[in-house]
Design a protein around this ligand. Structure first.
Ligand SMILES: [Zn+2]
Length: 451
């Protein structure tokens, strides 16, 4: 059953049943306005008390955010994932409970719910390893999207091996710190069915070098005019990659020294998790470590963990880079920085991630001249720059290349999910035309029989 991330990029959730055992692959939060709120609180389309286990592809909110709610509604099994994924998911769930406690209305879940789930987390043995869960075997492959991110292959014996691969979010080849998405597969990894994301199924990113050039220009302009550079960024993944890029530019003397502030306890804690899980690093990051230079350390870095430190960021005079969540500006400390600085023409807003429909980030991306932030009308005088070359999601070419490497058995279907409908349509057509794939574009709560 497709219980989320169909016709949009949030709320990922798949329910897979065989022989009395059922797995939930991802159980993420829907994001973007009132409709998302209702979807998050709607009754489950399957019975949570009969879910054997949850398996997570990665720790982003839209993939793990509703697991504690599933627990509150009767799920009492284990939650499996790569060890880094579980560390990140814990931070995300704690953050969700904290935000809920300070928001009007009934909280979606509380800290105690998160603690109960935390106590049931089980570390998968890791990439390329197998873990049996009832009649299922679950294998993880590096998805190159964020630390710990995985493609999840689930197989079972139904008069012969049957297998389905959940792509999770597919990363970009050449992203810093972490390794690339898996591109070499053993023939035994062949699958009958594929569930693939399609966030950028209808377009390509400019390359990373062009993204760096644009980014450098924005920073140089800020240094000249003394304006702030506001970067709404996912606390996890994007923040660390932006820090890495800034460190490289400052070290290489491409830009002058500029204070870099990461505002938000989640981003700072996630950076700590990134520092810790060196086993997930790519070769270049390992070489840098071997030279005694940690890829996530920089001199002009300031962290604002608590609210008092965060208010002091507002008092900073002159040019500064402020990185804060949330990535789509629909929550988090970035909103205050936007409210304080959007009316200043010296301000730059740099959008480095995907901006979902009906979010403040999308409004800025679309060139809104005026936005509402927490009941305040704010004129937009700032320059808004979209840099998609830093995306954590493969673009159309990246998705197609990834798909081309995947060993597929004859006869199965590829389900195109995790994209807005136009992306899904375009990408599904590409898969049919280029690879002769049989594709399907599922709708919410669609059930298919895999046989
Ligand atoms: Zn993600």
């Amino acid at each position: 059953m497709f219980a989320g991330a169909v016709g949009g990029v949030t709320g990922s959730c798949y329910h897979l049943t065989f022989d009395g055992t059922s797995l939930v692959i991802d159980c993420g939060t829907f994001q973007g306005g009132q409709i998302a709120d209702e979807l998050n609180r709607r009754p489950w389309p399957f019975d949570p008390t009969r879910v054997t286990a949850v398996v997570l592809t990665h720790g982003h909110l839209d993939h793990c955010g509703r697991v504690p709610l599933l627990g509150d509604n009767g799920f009492d099994g284990p939650v499996w994932g790569h060890s880094a994924t579980l560390d990140i998911a814990t931070l995300i769930m704690e953050d969700t409970a904290k935000i809920a406690a300070h928001s009007p209305g009934p909280p979606i879940y509380d800290r105690a719910a998160v603690e109960r789930i935390r106590g049931r987390m089980k570390r998968h043995p890791g990439y390329g390893k197998r873990q049996d869960i009832g009649p299922f075997t679950v294998e993880l492959f590096d998805a190159g999207h964020i630390l710990g991110s995985s493609h999840v292959r689930v197989s079972w014996d139904d008069g012969g091996e049957r297998a389905i691969l959940f792509s999770g979010d597919i990363g970009v080849v050449g992203s810093p710190i972490i390794r690339d998405p898996t591109s070499t597969w053993a023939p035994e990894a062949a699958v009958d069915w594929v569930v693939t994301e399609s966030t950028y199924g209808n377009r390509n990113h400019p390359d990373r070098a062009a993204a760096r050039d644009t980014f450098r220009d924005v920073i140089q302009r800020a240094l000249l005019d003394g304006g702030k550079v506001l970067i709404p960024a996912f606390a996890i993944g994007r923040t660390q990659e932006i820090l890495f890029e800034l460190d490289q530019m400052i070290q290489a003397g491409e830009v002058g020294r500029i204070p870099v502030v990461v505002d938000g306890p989640l981003s700072l804690s996630a950076t700590e998790v990134y520092r810790r899980h060196k086993g997930c690093y790519d070769e270049a990051a390992h070489e840098q470590l071997a030279r005694g230079d940690h890829p996530l350390d920089m001199d002009s870095f300031m962290g604002a963990r608590d609210g008092r430190q965060s208010s002091r960021v507002s008092d900073l005079r002159g040019a500064a880079i402020i990185i804060a969540g949330s990535g789509m500006c629909n929550g988090g400390r970035i909103r205050r920085h936007l409210a304080e600085n959007l009316d200043d023409p010296r301000t730059d807003v740099v959008l480095v991630g995907y901006q979902g429909a009906r979010t403040l980030g999308r409004a800025l991306e679309d060139g809104a001249k005026e936005v509402w932030i927490d009941n305040r009308q704010v004129p937009v005088q700032a320059r808004v720059t979209r840099i998609s070359g830093f995306s954590a999601h493969a673009d159309q070419d990246g998705l197609a290349t990834w798909y081309s490497t995947l060993p597929r058995k004859a006869g199965g279907t590829t389900f195109v999910t995790h994209g807005e409908d136009e992306s899904r349509d375009v990408y599904a057509r590409l898969l049919r035309d280029r690879f002769g794939a049989t594709t399907a574009i599922p709708q919410l709560d669609d059930v298919v029989t895999l046989a």
